[in-house]
Design a protein around this ligand. Sequence first.
Ligand code: 5RP
Length: 214
Amino acid sequence: MPDRDQEKHAAAQAAAALVLDGQLVGLGTGSTVAHLLPALAARRLAIRCVATSPETERLARELGLAVVPFSGIERLDIAIDGADQIDPQGWLIKGGGGAHTREKVVAAAAARFVVIGSADKAVARIGPPVPLELLRFGIDATRASLGSVRLRDVPPSPDGGVIADYVGEFSDRDALAALLDATPGVVGHGIFPPSLTSDVLLALDGRVEHRVLG
Ligand code: 5RP
């Protein structure tokens, strides 16, 4: 039985080693990132971090990492985050923890976006569920226009959005991402195209595979 925690730990350690002194660092959210934070803190670098969730912010501060507000900052040097699904072309599904909207903003602002994952995150092709963040205003109309949306029984996002999942089958990743991007009332969705990601660090067979996407 593979030890997923050990895999997350190995991928997180490899990612922490990529961070350089003086950098502005985006921190993702989730159990894999929970392995990243101590690894980063242990390096005792003079870095400043932007957190994608209140949970990450709290954990990072407890470890002595400097967390700054994401305002007055136009560009991050690097951001590191987990994912729910990672396909061979570098398409991701993110948002299992409901933080996908902030995570995408941070990923897009980073010169280098590094994705870390245990072996179970590797899929042949991304598929449902696709996490959504929906505006509460008009939510029933938004749901009706998309169809196949299931609301999650979780608190709203820190920005007041309603967390849900698109559960319909899809084959065209670009088309679904474009539809979700174009639907009023959809604040964010968890399809991350390969163009957002620079590196994937995936723990496989007792080693960490490093895929460079560009
Ligand atoms: C949170 C995310 C997480 O990165 C994703 O759900 C993976 O989580 P974990 O590392 O706990 O498996 O997108 O919104």
